[in-house]
Ligand binder design. Structure first.
Ligand code: RB5
Length: 155
């Protein structure tokens, strides 16, 4: 399973911890930047990693910013992305099991490194359950289709 990781400057140090965790636990990952703590715009990096997941090249993405909120909002604009901003392992696991989340977002200024890595582990261990959740995830996809269609008609 290939994993995309990305951050802005506000999540840069946490992204390094995420990379180390993935390395130590045998996950294959690609870093989509940013590559320093110089100030950048989080949508640019969220977009690169989210597109890599939506295009099918990567199974999951882990995105970090100061709160996890900005990268989550940006990633969720990419059709096919279901990004979950999680601060606890329970939500992270259920985001996979119930929501089929394909992106986890984490806030460096919110979470200590220990908790952030527990949230990450729970997300990676979670498996989508399908069943009664499938029609709900399908309804999310239908919302995308509805508004993508309207966007094209407006142009
Ligand atoms: C950067 O200062 C900060 O706004 C960003 O990392 C993130 O928290 C946005 O949601």
């Amino acid at each position: 399973m290939k994993i995309a990781i990305a951050s802005d400057h506000g999540g840069f140090r946490l992204k390094k911890q995420v990379a180390a965790y993935l390395q130590e636990n045998g996950y294959s990952y690609q870093d989509f930047g940013t590559l320093s703590d110089e100030a950048v715009d989080y949508p640019d990096f969220a977009l690169s990693a989210a597109q890599a997941v939506a295009g099918g090249e990567y199974a999951l993405a882990i995105l970090c910013c100061g709160t996890g909120v900005g990268v989550s909002i940006a990633a969720n604009k990419v059709p096919g992305i279901r990004a979950a901003n999680c601060s606890d392992p329970f939500s992270a696991r259920l985001s996979r099991e119930h929501n089929d989340a394909n992106v986890l977002t984490l806030g460096e200024r919110v979470l200590g490194c220990g908790l952030a890595l527990e949230v990450l582990a729970a997300f990676l261990q979670g498996r989508y359950l399908g069943g009664r959740h499938a029609c709900r995830v399908e309804k999310i996809r239908e919302i995308e289709v509805k508004f993508l269609g309207r966007g094209e008609a407006d142009r």
